[in-house]
Design a protein around this ligand. Sequence first.
Ligand code: PMP
Length: 406
Amino acid sequence: SSTWSNVPQGPPTHSRNSTNTLPGITEAFKANTFTNKVNLGVGAYRDDAGKPYVLPSVRTAEKRLIFKELDKEYAGITGTPAFTKAAATLAYSASSPVLDNIAITQSISGTGALRIGGAFLERFYPHSKTIYVPSPSWANHAAIFKDSRLDVKQYRYYNKETIGLDIDGLLADIKNAPPRSVFLLHACAHNPTGVDPTPEQWRTISDVVKNGGHFAFFDMAYQGFASGDTDKDAYAVRYFVEQGHQIALCQSFAKNMGLYGERVGAFSLLAASAEEKKRLDSQIKILVRPLYSNPPIGGARIATEILNDPELNTQWLSEVKGMADRIIAMRDALKGGLEECGSKLKWDHITSQIGMFCYTGLRPEQVDELANKYSIYGTRDGRISVAGLTSGNVKYVAESIHNVTK
Ligand code: PMP
């Protein structure tokens, strides 16, 4: 018999024919022949014509890079310093007093940053081997941390009744966790709910995390993409640092630079001193070396060019804002469309939520009806990707959502 006859078929989370998974939705969408079909399952930005978008600043950076005829030598284990320094500056801000104490490595986008972070916690976090993630969270969080041999537990985050933040549950769960627990926090544009704490709520969360002696592990996959302003979206991270939290931070340039497949990201740890930073740097290198030796250079070069060239940087910031603004405009249009249809339900959460995703509050049967009757595809948890809405389809989507909810 085959060497692999004992390998079981994996569960449908990764299968192409479950309509509750993005690959499954994509398949069902492709197979549908209706001309007005709409895919609201996409996890990537789309322009107003529904097409993938390559930022003009990225195109310019690429042209410059070709012209430079750079070599293809290996980067260092933790990537090129020009990139990691710029990434840290973007996240922590150029005026941050802690910039010199940040141990940082380039990573295989946000996922790779989380995986290095998981490995680092597993190897060195002295107080616990458990990480608390919000309920719900990006599904890959649990998978990444389990593969890092951490225990994954949940803290309350989303309130189904209010379609908003369960701030009381969240604070209670942080308070009641064993001292010095690790908490994963979405820095902005929470995936999948689109529900973020307000700045005031972040300040309370910071206090409660501090009182428990807990460790804040930030995942910032959408800096700039949420509000259109990279500083505003970094509020939580910077506030925690100001308050003396020794945070960990995962960054991704997939969304805010549209560099999805280029896999550009960074993982950083805030050290207490220059001497400690050196120790952390050395151990990050020891972790990364046997994982993948050193990171890919192509995407990081594009990001470096954009972050470090003042003119291109300004252009990029306006393009990020353009993407965020289009998403915010589509939220307004969807809510407005539902109201125009005469919907008696409250849809304020559509516009109060932020980022690419919207938790509509639709029930699984309603999502099924949207797909079966109207050829509009989202996940059965009621999540839609606002990036899949366009000025051409938003009215149709609003009418259809009204029809399945009235
Ligand atoms: N964290 C969150 C919350 C995300 O939504 C994503 C992307 N979907 C990531 C991390 C990582 O994505 P990537 O590895 O493409 O940077």
